[in-house]
Design a protein around this ligand. Structure first.
Ligand SMILES: C[S@@+](CC[C@H](N)C(=O)[O-])C[C@H]1O[C@@H](n2cnc3c(N)ncnc32)[C@H](O)[C@@H]1O
Length: 348
């Protein structure tokens, strides 16, 4: 019997039928990866339908423009535009495609949005599947831009568009930055674990923190952070936080710890290993947290369910108690349960 990969081409749009030959909907096929068919909808979307979906997605974000110049304009399946993410940093658009099957769709939507919004530059980050097989980033319009400055509330932030992670910044953490900015952190000592380019640390500094220790394993991220998000109270530490002792991390104690580890898995069969890693991480956090201190635990994979994370943290962080979960940002609104990947949980 032939496999699906022998019958279909990557990127082929499929008419999906049930066992009684009734139309279920339409999808786009990809041989590699965990998602074989990305959902296009119950009816076949033509260009006008795609344009309508894009307009709707842009319309939903209009209010955010008052707060920030950096917005996720298209959030993949949650906006009915599968596998395509489009972020805006002021005059620069960055389109990302999460499967080569939707490369054409991503470029089409990116170019359309660029024209409608009069963006000066459009970059495309193709899927990075395995080392050596991903295509390099491409400039689809305008001149190459390696980094861009943008306003977010009272913060002036920089996104590393060239070598950075995601589209350049973790836009989904905007709510946590806003939360930190709303606090009075005067005199507080903050440990910002998995800091990437240090934008959360900068928000804490602005809220009055006396000390912000930013830790990450990536030398490039730390260097970018130091250059663009530095300040008198900030320090930068390179450390693998998931293996071996935290030999480089000053022992504290800290009044506030922000921990935002990488997903560590996209596969459900690795869940136990990931949870064991979290247990170890949060035990360490507990050791360096000052009495009466607060811990914010982020988890950015939908493979770890919020209930599992809650029960792990409830047990490891005793006597700290769960204080609440931050809602997703409006431009990252999950359109279906599996898209609700980001958990930001407060313990104090
Ligand atoms: C989800 S991102 C953090 C985003 C960050 N909180 C922010 O405000 O932009 C995860 C970060 O963990 C870092 N990282 C990955 N593995 C690590 C490890 N073993 N030890 C320390 N940092 C690690 C990555 O370099 C990345 O910057």
């Amino acid at each position: 019997m032939s496999s699906a990969a022998e019958i279909f081409r990557d990127g082929q749009w499929l008419h999906l039928l049930d066992g009684s030959n009734q139309t279920v909907g339409y999808g786009v096929y990809q041989a590699e990866g965990v998602v074989a068919i990305r959902w296009l909808g119950e009816s076949l979307p033509d260009t006008s339908a795609l344009q309508r979906r894009l307009r709707k997605a842009l319309g939903r974000r209009e209010k955010l423009a008052a707060e920030t110049e950096a917005v996720r304009l298209v959030n993949g399946e949650s906006d009915g535009l599968p596998g395509v993410v489009l972020d805006r940093y002021g005059p620069v658009g960055v389109v990302q495609t999460y499967s080569s099957a939707v490369d054409d769709l991503g470029r089409y939507l990116g170019c359309l949005a660029r024209r409608w919004l009069d963006l000066k530059t459009l970059l495309w980050k193709p899927p990075r599947r395995r080392a050596g097989r991903g295509q390099p980033d491409r400039v689809l319009f305008g001149s190459p831009v390696a980094k861009v400055r943008f306003r977010e509330g009272p913060l002036q932030l920089w996104a590393d568009l060239g070598a950075g992670q995601k589209s350049g910044t973790f836009l989904d953490l905007r709510g946590l930055r806003r939360e930190m900015l709303s606090r009075d952190l005067t005199g507080r000592r903050v440990l910002n674990l998995f800091c990437y380019t240090g934008s959360l640390g900068l928000a804490c500094q602005r809220a009055g923190a006396a000390l912000v220790v930013n830790v990450d394993s990536s030398a490039a991220a730390l260097e970018f952070a130091r250059q663009h998000h530095g300040g008198q109270v900030q320090s930068w530490v390179r450390q693998d936080l998931l293996a071996g002792p935290w030999s480089e991390v000053p022992p504290g104690p800290y009044d506030l710890i922000l921990a935002d580890p990488p997903p560590m898995t996209g596969r459900s069969d690795q869940l136990e290993r990931v949870l064991a890693g979290y247990r170890k991480l949060y035990r360490r956090c507990r050791e360096v947290l000052a009495p009466g201190g607060e811990l914010v635990a982020c988890c950015c994979t939908s493979r770890v369910r919020v209930e599992s994370l809650r029960s792990l943290l409830d047990a490891v962080l005793v006597p700290l108690r769960f204080k609440g979960r931050l809602a997703p940002e409006s431009d990252h609104r999950p359109g279906f349960p599996e898209a609700d990947y980001l958990k930001i949980l407060r313990y104090g």
